[in-house]
Design a protein around this ligand. Structure first.
Ligand code: PLP
Length: 419
């Protein structure tokens, strides 16, 4: 296909990825905002949902709606099969075993679960938890709470001005008291892809446990928890084209087996008497109460959709968007890109000289372009960078090179209005 024909057919030039066809799968993209076609570039906050996910939710609620693991009737059997099928789909996606997959409300709950049910039991006063300067609050505050409860200490590994982890500094901060490293796979504010495999190798050599916060990696990066050899991996469904309110904690089977429950209630028990309760096996031990059944089913539909499109194709397409956006914004006078790591996912933070990021985002909104402005739940990172906030455009598989141009035009407009 000639380059012109490829563009006409909606294909991304280098990958052959048919973005026009893909966009047709996402009903929410087809709307006007302030009279302009929506350009949705707030995907790091949450993604739009393909029709297959909406259909999975609709079908569950209209045909199979019943509670899981309990009823003997047909609908309960179907609901249980779909819910456990979703667990198998997630396990395949991560290269894990189904009993290593705990459904949670999201990455935040997954990290809190690992902190309270696992790390709490291994930490003693004076022990250390190593974090990095570019963590999301969800991967800081649970560890801070735990440090207060146990007398452990947080140690923070620094980044350079490009937003890359300084690996030698990280290694230098590992001490005989380090029990756990909690690190983002991909930074939500900067897009940096961290060398988590190398971090896991360093940790393993010293008997340190690792939790990887994969909230921003799951939509962009192929994940293999066996190859990484991390102990825990957390992500959210809604950033991965799935429903809100559902997420995943992967934990190594041998660790989940040793962990006490996180919450008490139905489904997490084997037997209950007033004298003693025997707990269920993992992963059920960590899923007290009625789970988000529809959410898990919707998440599995999203994963099947993604893998059907091809994770490598998606990555290539997003790389093309990121490269084009990086070039387009760099050419605008007064724009400074924030986060220029050599290894990045499709997240582009920037500031515009003399204009507050919220004002930039407001102008962009009036042009139909949805971006995020603020500290991105990464206040320590913003402090490190000496910025109160940035404007962030984050791309997804359904974004186009044309939308990158609309973004650049809208940023120029903001500059004209405020400059
Ligand atoms: N970790 C990172 C890197 C994130 O970007 C986010 C959300 O933005 C989270 C954790 C928390 O995800 P959730 O709010 O879905 O639990």
């Amino acid at each position: 296909m000639s380059p012109q024909a490829a563009v006409a057919a909606g294909c991304s030039l280098s990958s052959g990825f048919n973005v026009s066809r893909v966009r047709g799968d996402f009903p929410a993209l087809d709307q006007l905002v302030h009279g302009r076609p929506l350009v949705y570039l707030d995907n790091a906050a949450t993604t739009q949902k393909p029709r297959v996910v909406l259909d999975a939710l609709f079908n569950f609620y209209t045909r199979d709606c019943a509670n899981v693991h309990r009823g003997v009737h047909e609908l309960s059997r179907r609901a249980t099969e779909a819910y456990e099928g979703a667990r198998r789909t997630v396990a395949r996606f991560l290269n894990a075993a189904p009993h290593e997959i705990v459904f949670t409300r999201g990455a935040t709950e997954a990290i809190n679960l690992a902190a309270q049910a696992f790390a709490r039991s291994i930490l003693r006063e004076g022990d250390e938890i190593l974090l990095t300067e570019l963590e999301h609050h969800s991967n800081i505050v649970p560890w801070q709470l735990l440090a207060e409860q146990t007398g452990a200490r947080l140690v923070v590994a620094p980044i350079n001005d490009r937003g890359e982890l300084l690996m030698e500094e990280l290694e230098r901060r590992l001490s005989p008291r380090t029990r756990l490293i909690a690190v983002a796979h991909v930074s939500n504010a900067l897009g940096t892809i961290n060398p988590v495999a190398e971090i896991c190798r360093m940790a393993r050599a010293r008997g340190i446990r690792v939790l990887v916060d994969g909230a921003q990696a799951a939509p962009h990066v192929r994940i293999d928890v066996r190859a990484l050899d991390c102990d825990f991996y957390a992500f959210s469904g809604h950033k991965l084209y799935g429903p809100t309110g559902i997420g995943v904690l992967y934990g190594k089977a041998e660790l989940l087996e040793r962990m006490p429950p996180y919450q008490g209630g139905g489904d997490m028990i084997r037997s209950v008497s007033f004298e003693k309760t025997l707990f269920n096996d993992p992963p059920y031990r960590f899923e007290a109460g009625t789970p988000h059944i529809a959410g898990a089913i919707g998440l599995a539909a999203a994963i099947e959709y993604l893998t059907g499109l091809g994770l490598d194709e998606i990555a290539r397409h997003e790389y093309e968007l990121l490269s084009a956006a990086t070039r387009a914004l760099s050419e605008i006078p007064g724009v400074r890109l924030v986060g220029t790591a050599s290894h990045k996912a499709a997240v582009l933070s920037f500031v515009l000289d003399g204009i507050h990021p919220h004002d930039v985002a407001t102008v962009l909104d009036h042009e139909g372009v949805a971006v995020r402005a603020g500290h991105h739940c990464a206040q320590p990172l913003m402090e490190r960078l000496g910025l109160p906030a940035t404007t962030r455009a984050s791309f997804a598989l359904y974004n186009t090179l044309e939308e990158v141009e609309v973004l650049a035009r809208a940023v120029r407009r903001a500059r004209e209005l405020f400059g």
